[in-house]
Unconditional design. Structure first.
Length: 355
C-alpha cells in the first residue's frame, strides 16, 4: 500500500493508530519529514530522551523506516504480514535482540539435542499444506475457543520467554482437565529453575521440563508467588500445592515434519516452540511468510502455539506471544505453515500435567 509521505507525516500526530494498524511504505522521506514522524512516534509511545539519546534514537528510527519498507515490499496476499511502527521501532536490531530475545538460545538448544528426535528436513512448500491430508484431523483448531488459553502476558525486559511459554502451556493442559484456567507462577520458574536456566537472562523449554519432572516440582498459583520481572532468590521451601508436569512430556526436532506438529496441536493441545523472532520487532498483523530465517543458529525466542488454520488463504499457526496485548493482533501472531517458518520445528515441546 503506497502512501504519500507528507500525508503520513501530517496525520500521524492526529491518527496515531496508523502506527499499529496498517503496513507502511515510505517514499524516500526527507530528514525533516522523518523528524516530524519521529516526534509523533515519541508522543504516541510516551517516550522521552535527552539531547544525546534523541540523536541516537532518531538515527535508529530512520533505519527502521527503511527496513519496514523492505519488509512490506513483498505482500502477495491481503493476509500477508504487515509491518509498521511499534514500541520497539527506535531500537536497532541488535539492541532488540539483546533486550527482548535470547541471543544465545541456539547454544542451549544444541546442548539439549540429545533429547530431540532427529528428522531429515524435506522442505515442504507452503502451497502444499492445504493438499496434504492429516488423516482424521480437523482443518481448523483454536484452543482459545475451548476456554483453555489464558490472557496474553508481558515479559517486559525479562528474558524469560522460555518460562512464560512453558507455564502458559501447563496452564492450558491443566484447564483441559479442570474446565477453567488457573493462573500459575512464572516467577517461581524464573527464580528457581535450575539445569542451566538463568531466570531473566535466558533458559530453554526442554531443560526446564527436565528439571520440573526430575525434581517433581509443582508450579504454584500466581497469587502465591507473584510476578516481578526480576531474577530473585528462590522462595520454594519443600513441597507445595500446584500443578506438576507429567513424565511423558516430549521435546522434539520436527523440521520437515509439520504434519507431526499439526497432530500434536489437534490431538494433544497447545505446545511450546522455539523460534527466530527478530523481524517480529515491527509486526502488526497478518501471516508471516517471509523475512524470517529458520536456521538453528538464529533461534532466539520461545512461544506457545494454541492452534492452526488450514482453511485460510495462507495456512498458518496461531501463536501466543508474551510481549503484551499491544503486540501484533492483541498479543498474537500468525505463522505460515509448511516451510519451517521462523524455525518453528526446531524445538517442539508438548506436555501433560498432574493435578
Amino acid at each position: 500500500m503506497a502512501t504519500d509521505w507528507k500525508t503520513v507525516a501530517l496525520t500521524c500526530g492526529l491518527i496515531c493508530l496508523c502506527f499499529v494498524a496498517v503496513p507502511i511504505r515510505f517514499n524516500k522521506p526527507t530528514s525533516q519529514n522523518s523528524l516530524s514522524l519521529f516526534q509523533s512516534y515519541l508522543h504516541r509511545f510516551n517516550k522521552t530522551y535527552n539531547a544525546t539519546e534523541f540523536g541516537d534514537r532518531f538515527a535508529k528510527f530512520q533505519e527502521t523506516l527503511k527496513f519496514i519498507d523492505e519488509l512490506n515490499s513483498n505482500r502477495p496476499f491481503n493476509d500477508s504480514a504487515r509491518y509498521g511502527l511499534t514500541e520497539f521501532s527506535d531500537m536497532s536490531r541488535d539492541e532488540f535482540l539483546d533486550r527482548k530475545l535470547q541471543k544465545h538460545l541456539h547454544k542451549r538448544l544444541h546442548r539439549q539435542r540429545s533429547h530431540h528426535s532427529k528428522t531429515k528436513v524435506d522442505g515442504t512448500a507452503l502451497n502444499h499444506i492445504k493438499k496434504r491430508s492429516v488423516d482424521g484431523l480437523p482443518d481448523l483448531v483454536d484452543w482459545r475457543t475451548k476456554g483453555v488459553v489464558g490472557a496474553v502476558r508481558n515479559q517486559k525486559t525479562c528474558g524469560a520467554c522460555w518460562a512464560f511459554s512453558t507455564v502458559e502451556t501447563v496452564e492450558s493442559m491443566a484447564a483441559m482437565k479442570t474446565g477453567s484456567v488457573q493462573v500459575l507462577s512464572v516467577q517461581e520458574i524464573i527464580d528457581c529453575a535450575g539445569n542451566g536456566n538463568l531466570g531473566c537472562n535466558g533458559g530453554d523449554t526442554c531443560s526446564l521440563l527436565d528439571w520440573l519432572v526430575f525434581n517433581e516440582i509443582a508450579i504454584a498459583p500466581e497469587k502465591q508467588y507473584p510476578l516481578n520481572w526480576k531474577t530473585n532468590v528462590c522462595k520454594l521451601k519443600g513441597p507445595q500445592e500446584g500443578v506438576k508436569v507429567a513424565s511423558n512430556y516430549t521435546c522434539s526436532y520436527l523440521v520437515g515434519r509439520e504434519d507431526a506438529i499439526v497432530a500434536l496441536i489437534a490431538n494433544h493441545g497447545p505446545i511450546v516452540v522455539a523460534v527466530n523472532a527478530l523481524t517480529w520487532q515491527h509486526y502488526l498483523g497478518g501471516v508471516v511468510q517471509f523475512h524470517c530465517d529458520g536456521a538453528p543458529e538464529h533461534i532466539n525466542h520461545a512461544v506457545q502455539i494454541v492452534g492452526y488454520d488450514r482453511t485460510a488463504a495462507i495456512p498458518h499457526y496461531i501463536v501466543r506471544n508474551s510481549w503484551g496485548t499491544a503486540f501484533g493482533d492483541n498479543g498474537y501472531l500468525y505463522l505460515a505453515m509448511g516451510n519451517n517458518m521462523c524455525g518453528v520445528g526446531t524445538e517442539v515441546a508438548s506436555l501433560d500435567v498432574i493435578l
